[in-house]
Design a protein around this ligand. Sequence first.
Ligand code: 8X3
Length: 281
Amino acid sequence: MGGSFRRGLFSATQEALVSSTPLAVVTGASSGIGAATARRLAAEGYEVVLTARRRDRIEALAGELRDAGRRAEARPLDVTDRAAVDAFAASLERCDVLVNNAGGAIGLEPVAEGDPADWRAMYEVNVLGVLHLTQALLPALTASGAGTVLVVTSTAGHGTYEGGGGYAAAKHGAHVLAGTLRLEIVDRPVRVIEIAPGMVHTEEFSLTRFRGDAERAARVYEGVAEPLTADDVADTIAWAVTRPPHVNVDLLVLRPRAQASNSKVHREPVERRESAERREP
Ligand code: 8X3
């Protein structure tokens, strides 16, 4: 019911119940890993605040979660807009978990040909977006007595690959932000967790990278037996977040079994896979 925003709607008893419910903010909650994480944390008992630029998407998901008896609220937000982030943070009565998930890749051009505007846009959302939310919510996370800042980076934050320069540079930035923050706030009751997924087949990641070219986006996953799903990553995020507060999962890297490194991916010939699938009962 979005209890932290609508105090007036609740009786005193309900209010007491609401304020004892831990609250998780999930950015980029309109699709993919963010949406799956919001679902999962709601199921774990969190009141979830879904943020993203696309109002219709997060409102639909928040409505669906509320219909299922969960506590969820949609709050349209552009993580690159600092004034909007500050206003958003000021409107929350508490915050126990911040999942910095908003991010993404634009383009796969080599460094020699990359558009600086794409690089800037990737830095804005993947690094400064995390910075804005983290700075704005750190006081509330500290006040919670057991806060969690979680940053969804990428295996591109730990290595690079041809064409991945701009995205890898940004994700390395997010990785460094998380590591630096962990050092700086060691005396506060706030842990800093980094989750770094490799190949995850979501509806939008590659479509965004290739500016809507669906065929090119589909080729990223072609022949890969089982890329990770958004639910796989959400499961890992939920596991890390639900450890006791003194347990800090500093960094967790997850990849599909068929991906041994950023650039070593096992792909089965498409025809062979299709005939194997036909043989299955
Ligand atoms: C996504 C992983 O390999 O496309 O964060 O950079 S990759």
